[in-house]
Design a protein around this ligand. Sequence first.
Ligand SMILES: *Cc1c(COP(=O)(O)O)cnc(C)c1O
Length: 230
Amino acid sequence: MQNALEANLADVRGRMLEAARRAGRDPADISLIAVTKTHSAKIVEQALMAGITIFGENKVQEAEDKIAEIGRDRAEWHLIGRLQSNKARRAIQLFDVIHSVDSLDLARRLERICKEEDRARLRVLIEVDLAGESAKTGIAENDVHEVAGWLATCERLHLDGLMIVPPYFEDPELVRPYFRRLRSLRDALDEQGLIAGTGHLSMGMSHDFEVAIEEGATMVRVGTAIFGAR
Ligand SMILES: *Cc1c(COP(=O)(O)O)cnc(C)c1O
């Protein structure tokens, strides 16, 4: 019998497929990141058993204990929350991908510590602040090219794409313009050869991942729709 987690997961995967089909996209181009923040290692273990291969955590400290319990190499671990500079070294040791590079200073620190730690390659995404609200984290749209240009010169950091946490709207249609703008920003970086491959778009959460997929998301970060309310 299917447990609730398996049922939720099947539902999310089905909706991802439908959204991809509507947009004429290949579903294989879209990864599901299961966001396990606040959930126990036991839940993470169940998700692994249900077929999840990528986990998203938003705090280094919290992830550290879970990753130790589960095993660093049993899944891909993505940091999706703000990274404080004093946690950068630990983050490099724990995570495969960091979605939340939100300043040139942080990028510089990550590159330096990768060298010190002998980490050959670290995939990073630039978190973009499209709303231009200074209270929000992320790099302002106008500054993204500068940071991407610097990342292109890095030995260890590898710019994998762009990430956004848009303002919350009850109606996901209102978020669509943010997703579109992130995609055109990605396309502009791609044209300038500043981004690897075609460049990932990390966008879409539980209430708006279908719209995000319609607008080109290649990584959706879904917590509540899989694990229930936190
Ligand atoms: C918590 C979180 C998510 C997942 O949010 P849900 O609404 O639970 O799907 C996605 N991205 C970031 C950055 C988060 O902090």
